[in-house]
Design a binder for this molecule. Structure first.
Ligand code: FES
Ligand code: FES
Length: 160
């Protein structure tokens, strides 16, 4: 079975992958990173969103071999030493974290958005999470949480 090397949450890993393996399955089943959820399995709902080289991808349709030599960030890689990422903090504070399927993907999409655009408008936030489908609520608190996270990150000098 071919092996690929990649960096996952800052750590170099070497993992066996079959040609048809998808990144979401490799992360969950071979690396034990079950924070990434698989719901639709068709690239439609955003639950499986992770970042590859800082850009969001739906890992349920992303061939694992395409991650070779690249940096993958999953929800498990956001907190450090039990210190939540500002986006996670804001989701907690605004009560925006809802079901366990959608929330990791929402947070990872927010991370990708703020990487690219540290000062998004409300419309840009709505656009940034438009690929993450939630069937249980409106997006009001989620948009508020991302707005708050952007502000906190800017205050801490994490964004300019
Ligand atoms: S599980 Fe990947 S987009 Fe729905
Ligand atoms: S948060 Fe998961 S369906 Fe709404």
């Amino acid at each position: 079975m071919p092996k690929i090397e990649m960096t996952v949450n800052g750590k170099a890993v070497s993992v066996d992958v079959e040609p048809g393996d998808l990144l979401a399955n490799v992360l969950r089943d071979k690396l034990g990173l079950i924070g990434t959820k698989i719901a639709c399995g068709e690239g439609e709902c955003g639950c499986c969103t992770v970042l590859v080289d800082g850009v969001s991808v739906t890992s349920c349709i992303f061939p694992a071999f395409k991650a070779a030599g690249r940096e993958v960030l999953t929800i498990e890689g956001l907190s450090e030493d039990d210190q939540l990422d500002p986006i996670q903090e804001a989701f907690k504070e605004k009560a925006a974290a809802q079901c366990g399927y959608c929330t990791p993907g929402m947070i990872m999409s927010a991370k990708a958005l703020l990487n690219e655009n540290p000062h998004p408008t409300t419309e840009e936030i709505e656009q940034g999470i438009s690929g993450n489908l939630c069937r249980c609520t409106g997006y009001y608190q989620i948009v508020q949480a991302i707005t708050m996270a952007a502000r906190h990150m800017a205050e801490k000098g994490g964004a300019s």
